[in-house]
Design a protein around this ligand. Structure first.
Ligand code: TXA
Ligand code: MG
Length: 298
């Protein structure tokens, strides 16, 4: 089990053909077994050994791989995947990451690598090697340090296993780019029955409660700011993007949430982020971080 950087977040990787390796990943993360993992491959030949590509899938792969896009596709007949990795589904989530360290690892392993984000299930994803070490400690054998992740939010998950192209998770590839290639996308709509088993309402949660769409911070709050009109950075303020750039906000989101989480404040107030570009993914993560948490004590 090896943690490694991708362009989106750090992943906790194990060989996807091995039940033993995949079981260790679920155990280290305390991840529910019904939530399948993303399988990372080095190239299109590797992806085609695992999944059936139709014309839409080929167009998306050609336009955006390697990159921050995960495709959910029907499994190829005889795909050599651990059934734990796919949680017993007849589909598989695959992606070819762009980060040079991830690509070097995949080329060296020469097998598909199952890798969820390298954090305990439900908590904030790691964007540095230090985050991984702090979160998982001795549970992980090795962390490859590739510096801070350049995108900062997880990959966009697109379901092409049915007749409609469906966005299961907004992420590091903006919706507008996908729609230029595939046309309008359907939205995963029914929150009671998420098509992507990982898309539970409460997720990506820091320890402190969040208050969204704040204009300013109350005296007992830390402020996650955005834009040029925000108060200057201080002990209890972090600005996601002083320039007002949602892509820069994505890059800073998880590291700044982690910093404010240990600032001594009672709560984190979050200024509004526009939905353009990666802003859709940032807003999604913040909404889930602010959602009521079943079974979590604060
Ligand atoms: O950027 C990323 O995607 C990172 C890096 C490491 O690649 N990985 C990541 O994995 O975020 P994870 O496990 O934290 O999120 C995977 C998401 C979950 O929401 C899961 O439910 C969904 O993908 N997923 C996996 N297989 C699926 C399938 N067959 N059908 C629908 N959703 C699936
Ligand atoms: Mg995750």
């Amino acid at each position: 089990m090896v943690a490694f950087p991708t362009e989106t977040v750090y992943g906790l990787g194990g060989v996807a053909t091995s039940d033993a390796a995949v079981a260790r990943i679920y155990a280290a993360k305390r991840r529910p077994a019904h939530n399948p993992l993303i399988v990372h491959v080095a190239d299109l030949a590797g992806a085609r050994a695992l999944a059936r590509f139709d014309e839409r899938a080929h167009s998306a792969a050609e336009a955006f791989w390697p990159g921050p896009l995960t495709l959910v596709l029907p499994q190829a007949p005889g795909a050599p995947l651990s059934r734990l990795a796919t949680a017993g589904l007849d589909t598989v989530a695959v992606r070819i990451p762009a980060h040079p360290v991830a690509r070097a690892l995949l080329a060296a392993v020469f097998l598909p690598v199952a890798a969820p984000s390298a954090n305990p299930s439900g908590s904030v994803s790691p964007t540095t090697a230090r985050h991984v070490a702090a979160d998982l400690g001795d549970a992980v054998d090795l962390v490859l340090d590739g510096g801070a992740c350049p995108v900062g939010v997880e990959s966009t998950v697109l379901d092409l296993s049915g007749p409609e192209a469906r966005l299961l998770r907004p992420g590091g590839l903006e919706r507008a780019a996908l729609e230029r290639v595939l046309g309008p996308l359907a939205q995963s709509s029914d929150p009671a029955a998420p098509r992507s088993p990982g898309q539970l309402a409460s997720h990506y949660a820091p320890r402190l409660p969040l208050r969204l769409d704040a204009i300013e911070a109350e005296p007992d709050e830390a402020l996650l700011a955005f834009g040029p009109d925000a108060p200057a950075d201080g002990v209890l303020v972090r600005n996601l993007s002083p320039a007002g750039d949602p892509d820069e906000a994505a890059r800073n989101l998880f590291a700044m949430l982690r910093e404010l989480d240990v600032s001594g404040a009672a709560r984190i107030a979050v200024m509004p982020i526009p939905a353009e570009g990666l802003g859709e993914a940032v807003r999604d993560r913040l909404r889930r971080a602010a959602a009521p948490r079943a079974g979590r004590s604060r």
